[in-house]
Write a protein that binds this ligand. Structure first.
Ligand code: ADP
Ligand code: MG
Length: 639
């Protein structure tokens, strides 16, 4: 196929959908198209600089990188041009015709059809280049990839409906020119003052000069006329190199939107110049909302690495531990070599020390929010926890050096509240422990409801002892890696024999011992009836309302974790549970005299304990039959 002729191609289905949605829902904030296009131009120049580190020829004789904005009143166009890396024909098709972002599917399934809600989602997802179509009914991109000859440029054009065209063309200089043919009624963008004020508002932090034709007053014509000289509209210095006192809140926020490719303001940030063994500047932001690709451990757009103001790469993994992968921002090192490659980064001790410094800084920032006295700081931490808590939890097992700090930042649902949103910190839990309580008690389950209704909690409820309710998948990982906090050990209420230490009531203990003796024969019969399904059967005073529950040995895997592993298709050891029965319960007492249906009763005690844990029965149909048989038998006997 010849690539010189003009071809028309269809947008990827998602692009079409996105374009439609976006034009309607972002219209009230339409001027942001300029920010997005300038942000792309700036990224393109960063990429050129980086590629040129190994191939200086890419610059040709055009070494002054800049972005140029101009408009043409007669043609009703606005053009954003850069001399960055440019696009080849294939790149134009791929980058401007499809969305390669991870999380795209999640994004589309999250859309509701409600315009206000969707506008919010679109903002989070980021529309980038496509925002041009909010104000333009035709967009022309002429671009020449650095290193390609002048006659190998590409002209990409689209009306933002279903398709776009591409054609090989000629372009004298390297880089990209995006021309917006404005929609009817958008003429107010054809005004130097308006464009300049938008640039200053959103793009002041861009490190390259953003140039516009200078104007001067023409006394004769009584209007602004070209002065013949370029004017740099933005400050054009790297924002992070400026002093904190010289940077306004709005500037920090706009810079965040550029580095994070986010439409919303960040939750908070920290900006510091680190001196010592490694010298670097860190400007790190916590986003207000989790991105769509939070769970994609390979997602891009983390912290950008600069060396002496030169962009080196986007790389969340090397500059931030994985459990802080939601952090966005910039690290600018004064010491790393400019030609640092990914391979070098992998091994570099310097990077390791920067990463540790950054992690500590972020944790300190989070601590300051979590411990803040004022309501605003508290609310910020609550929001942070809601968005990123589950990711931060990974850190307990990942970052040994900061484990205690991370544990202090964790929040858990508990039996002291009715909803999963009302959480408690471990420190606060310890602060309100019962007199004589020595352990931090928790239960893990698949859902908050299952945790809340777990039969294992009955004795704790009765005694008013608080139990943490853990129902995130990652919680098993947390408790597996955190055996104590502040000198208090963490204890699952579904593991081991019930040992309440000083909280135990001597009378209760005695009663259980008595019951154990009294129920000895019964217990043996139940064990025989259940056979291989259980490891052991024993009486307990853990339960007050339920007849039975399952527990595991202290060092065995919890039933919840075993189920999770199996659901994920992994091998889980076949650990048999211990069945505990409540001697006070009428169903258990009745069993003492049961002859004909003993095995069915025993099976039911076991099966309901499995169900109460959120487990699955091996033989659900058998369970249903047993229930029905017993119901019929009970009604026949008139009980
Ligand atoms: P993002 O900037 O988040 O990657 P955009 O929608 O803004 O998403 O841009 C899509 C892609 O198009 C960019 O990743 C880049 O590959 C390409 N692109 C956009 N503008 C330019 C430009 N001025 N020069 C080179 N490539 C560009
Ligand atoms: Mg972009």
């Amino acid at each position: 196929m010849s690539t010189t002729t003009k071809e028309t191609l269809g947008f990827q289905a998602e692009v079409k959908q996105l374009l439609q949605l976006m034009i309607h829902s972002l219209y009230s904030n339409k001027e942001i198209f300029l920010r997005e296009l300038i942000s792309n131009a700036s990224d393109a120049c960063d990429k050129l600089r980086f590629e040129a580190l190994n191939n200086a020829a890419l610059y040709g004789d055009d070494t002054e990188l800049s972005i140029r904005v101009r408009f043409d009143k007669a043609a009703r166009t606005v053009t954003i041009a850069d001399n960055g890396i440019g696009l080849s024909r294939e790149e134009a098709i791929e980058h401007l015709g499809t969305i390669a972002k991870s999380g795209t599917r999640e994004f589309f399934s999250a859309l509701t059809g409600d315009q206000a809600k969707d506008a919010h989602l679109i903002g989070q997802f980021g529309v980038g280049f496509y925002s041009s179509f909010i104000v333009a009914d035709k967009v022309t991109v002429v671009s020449r990839r650095a290193g390609l000859p002048a006659d190998q440029a590409v002209c990409w054009e689209s009306g933002g409906e279903g398709d776009f065209s591409v054609e090989i063309t000629a372009k004298a200089e390297r880089g990209t020119e995006v021309t917006l043919h404005l929609r009817e009624g958008e003429d107010d963008f054809l005004d130097a003052w308006r464009l300049k004020s938008i640039i200053r508002k959103y793009s002041d932090h861009i490190t390259l000069p953003i140039l516009m034709a200078g104007e001067k007053w023409d006394e004769e014509k009584k209007e602004q006329a070209p002065s013949g000289e370029d004017e740099t509209v933005n400050q054009a210095n790297a924002l992070w190199t400026r002093g904190k006192a010289d940077i306004s809140e709005a500037e920090y926020q706009e810079f965040y939107k550029h580095v994070a490719h986010d439409f919303e303001n960040p939750l908070t940030w920290t900006h510091a110049r680190v001196e010592g063994k490694q010298e670097y500047i860190q400007l790190l932001y916590i986003p207000a909302r989790a991105p769509f690709d939070l769970w994609d451990r390979n997602a891009r757009h983390g912290v950008k690495l600069y060396v002496k103001r030169v962009f080196i790469m986007d790389d969340a993994e090397k500059l931030m531990p994985l459990y802080l992968r939601f952090v966005r921002g910039v690290v600018d090192s004064a010491d790393l070599p400019l030609n640092v490659s990914r391979e070098i980064l992998q091994e570099s001790r310097d990077i390791e020390s920067i990463r540790n410094g950054c992690a500590r800084k972020v944790l300190a920032l989070l601590e300051s929010l979590a411990d803040s006295e004022d309501a605003a700081g508290q609310a910020q931490y609550t929001q942070f926890w809601g968005e990123f808590g589950k990711v931060l939890k990974e850190g307990v097992g990942e970052d040994f050096a900061n484990k205690e700090k991370i544990a202090g930042l964790l929040r858990f649902a508990s039996t002291h509240a009715d909803t999963p949103e009302e959480t408690v910190a471990l420190k606060a839990y310890i602060g309100r422990m019962k007199e004589g309580q020595e352990k931090i008690y928790y239960v893990t389950a698949e859902t908050f409801k299952a945790a809340q209704n777990s039969p294992h909690l009955e004795i704790f409820r009765k005694k008013g002892i608080e139990v943490l309710l853990l129902s995130d998948k990652v919680d098993e990982w947390v408790v597996g890696n955190l055996s104590e906090f502040d000198g208090k050990s963490l204890q699952s209420v579904a593991k081991g024999g019930l040992d309440l230490g000083k909280l135990e009531d001597a009378a209760e203990k005695e009663e259980t011992e008595k019951a154990a003796e009294e129920y000895k024969t019964l217990i043996e019969r139940v064990k025989t009836a259940l056979g291989e399904r259980v490891k052991e059967v024993r009486v307990t005073h853990r339960l007050t309302g339920s007849p039975s529950c399952l527990v595991s040995e202290d060092f065995d895997m919890s039933g919840n974790l075993a189920r999770m592993l199996k659901a994920a298709g992994q091998n889980a050891p076949d650990v048999k549970p211990i069945l505990e029965i409540n001697p006070q319960h009428p169903a258990v007492q009745r069993l003492k005299t049961e002859e004909t249906r003993f095995d069915d009763w025993a099976a039911l005690l076991f099966e309901q304990a499995v169900l109460a844990e959120g487990g699955q029965l091996e033989d659900p149909a058998g369970f249903v039959k047993r229930i029905n048989d017993l119901m019929l038998a009970l009604s026949a006997s008139g009980q």
